[in-house]
Design a protein around this ligand. Structure first.
Ligand code: NAP
Length: 280
């Protein structure tokens, strides 16, 4: 795949990594980064993530062959709607947002003829933010989920798949709802639990934390406003996922209250089997 102009909206950790990866692989003739403040864009340009910076969303997206929206999930649909009317026929719009159903639904049937939006979510990242933490290899050998819809443009889906593959990712196709239900369990629930665990630590116990507490709470350091948007988009699936973990916690609590050693052992063994199956 070869793109003339790639526009990245939101050059933070994910957008910056996309720019670095695309430039290193010669995927695009030029990479334009769009943002709301010059400081981030200047930094992204100095780091080599973009060739050109722009504060004008509509103009930068109108010049794109492919534009990827890497802003918080609560902004993506409104930014796509604001920019799409200026796009040429054949422009592909996609995103990197951590939720899919609300974004895809908000855009369904709302784009000009010949301009397609296909939802994407690269399953790669970290709790850090900003282009200073961008990594050209972030998407290498990672899964990128692409979320076609029944009424969507098949050729645009193929181009989106090709885009992520060109960055080294393995693509998995899922419906937007299927994606959100799965990610509630594999990403959004872990973030909620890490945050809850971090929050209950009293300051006087900080010096007694070691690898276990730090490993289990690392992701709680993620940007709260980014994650509030994710939780709000995926409330129903996250509530269901929370129910699954509540059941486990109640089983542990009951076994502890009754001193049921076999039950505690069985619960821990089940967790170990599941974690071991993930590999390192
Ligand atoms: P990030 O490093 O904080 O970058 C977010 C970008 O969006 C920055 O360029 C930021 O601009 C811009 N932005 C934030 N609020 C804005 C606003 N109100 N108006 C305009 N621009 C705004 O976050 P990220 O981790 O790259 O996340 C970007 C997207 O990728 C999100 O949709 C997230 O769900 C998704 N994602 C994240 C991960 C992960 O692990 N981090 C993984 C997969 C997908 P400023 O520089 O001006 O703040």
């Amino acid at each position: 795949m070869r793109i003339g102009t790639l526009t990245i909206v939101g050059v933070g950790l994910i957008g910056g990594s996309l720019g670095l990866a695309a430039r290193r692989r010669g995927l695009a003739g030029q990479v334009i980064g769009v943002g709301r403040q010059s400081a981030t864009l200047d930094q992204a340009r100095q780091l080599g993530a973009i060739d050109e910076a722009s504060l004008d969303l509509a103009d930068a997206v109108s010049r794109a062959d492919v534009a990827v929206f890497c802003t918080p999930v609560s902004l993506i649909a409104e930014q796509v709607l604001a920019a799409a009317p200026g796009c040429a026929q054949g422009t592909l719009l996609t995103d990197a947002g951590s939720t899919k159903a609300a974004i895809v639904r908000a855009l369904d049937g709302k784009l000009p003829p010949g301009v397609a939006f296909v939802g994407s979510h690269p399953l790669a990242g970290s709790e850090k933010r900003g282009p200073e933490h961008a990594d050209a290899d972030l998407f290498q050998d990672r899964v990128a989920v692409v979320t076609p819809t029944p009424r969507g443009d098949r050729a645009a889906v193929e181009r989106t798949v090709g885009f992520w593959q060109a960055l080294g990712s393995r693509v998995k196709l899922m419906s937007p709802d299927e994606h959100d239900r799965a990610l509630a369990v594999t990403s959004h629930l872990p973030h909620l639990l890490a945050s809850a665990l971090a929050a209950i630590l009293p300051p006087e116990l900080r010096e007694l934390t070691a690898t276990g507490f730090r490993d289990a709470t690392r992701i709680a350091a993620g940007d709260p406003s980014l994650w509030t948007g994710i939780f709000m988009h995926n409330r129903a699936a996250l509530i269901d996922a929370l129910g699954l973990v509540q059941d486990q916690v109640i089983q542990f609590k009951t076994a502890l209250m009754t001193g049921d050693q076999a039950a505690i052992d069985a619960l821990l063994a089940r967790g170990k089997r599941s974690r071991d199956a993930l590999g390192s």
